[in-house]
Design a protein around this ligand. Structure first.
Ligand code: PGA
Length: 258
């Protein structure tokens, strides 16, 4: 983390979990466990349908709402899709784009992710852009080439003033939901590489100001070490975000260096 130049963000990704009836007890437990003064921005990316209930139950919890996906279209005949203005309308301030599960199971490519990123920025929602390599790519020593391409494609046509609202999440695919975390050194190396790619496009100042998160089996036990790395400005947390006490512990882990 580097609080002097950029925001620290802990974002939960509930994926397709939780029922409406579980939200209130979850938020109550979260509030009980959260540090009294908030050391970072806290976001919960819930299924879109649950955003209003999460905001209502978490009213005094200071948690911002995020969605997990958005349509690239503004409005119209796109059955099943949710637009950025509809997300903004129900209180979403953040939205994940390009999660590896969407890339893999829904065939999302880098061009679509770029279009979704732009759709979000237009409506004032901060995109959390996910990038990450497969195990094969890592073993073939293609990690940084692959990630540089993903970052450049996602940010294509986005100017420096819009970049300020973007968050990048480095999520090695082999670490997601597997219990296998990248080592702090591996995660730092790639996050530093991502910042260098951004520096190459926008220059030093904008690159210094972008928050880059790590995601992939981040949990209450390993968060502190990962967050101590200079280019890791927070976390995108799946499994552990479904456990309020663990999620709160990860938030507390950002207190270091405050
Ligand atoms: P995980 O998921 O923490 O369960 O590995 C992270 C993510 O997919 O965003």
């Amino acid at each position: 983390m580097n609080r002097k130049y950029r925001k620290t963000v802990i974002a939960g990704n509930w994926k397709m979990n939780m029922l409406a009836s579980e939200i209130k007890p979850f938020m109550e437990q979260l509030k009980e466990n959260m540090p009294k003064t908030r050391p970072c921005d806290v976001v919960l990316c819930t299924p879109a349908v649950m955003i209003p209930a999460m905001l209502k139950a978490g009213k005094d919890c200071k948690v911002a709402a995020g969605a997990q996906d958005v349509s690239k279209h503004e409005k119209g005949a796109y059955t099943g899709e949710i637009s950025a203005s509809q997300l903004a309308d129900i209180g979403a301030k953040y939205c994940i784009v390009g999660h590896s599960e969407r890339r893999e199971y829904h065939g999302e490519d880098d061009m679509l992710i770029n279009a979704k990123t732009k759709a979000l920025l237009e409506k004032g929602i901060a995109p959390i852009i996910c990038v990450g390599e497969s195990l094969e790519q890592r073993e073939m020593d293609l990690t940084m080439e692959h990630i540089a391409y993903q970052v450049k494609a996602a940010l294509s046509g986005i100017d420096a003033s819009q970049l300020r609202r973007c968050i990048i999440a480095y999520e090695p695919i082999w670490a997601i939901g597997t219990g296998k975390t990248a080592t702090a050194e591996q995660a730092q190396e790639v996050c530093q590489g991502i910042r260098a790619v951004i520096r190459g496009i926008y220059g030093a100042r904008p690159a210094r100001a972008v928050s880059i998160l790590y995601g992939g089996s981040m949990n209450a036990a390993n968060a502190e070490e990962l967050l101590a790395q200079p280019d890791i400005d927070g976390g995108l947390i799946g499994g552990a975000s479904l456990k309020p006490a663990d999620f709160a512990t990860i938030v507390k882990a950002t207190e270091q260096g405050a």
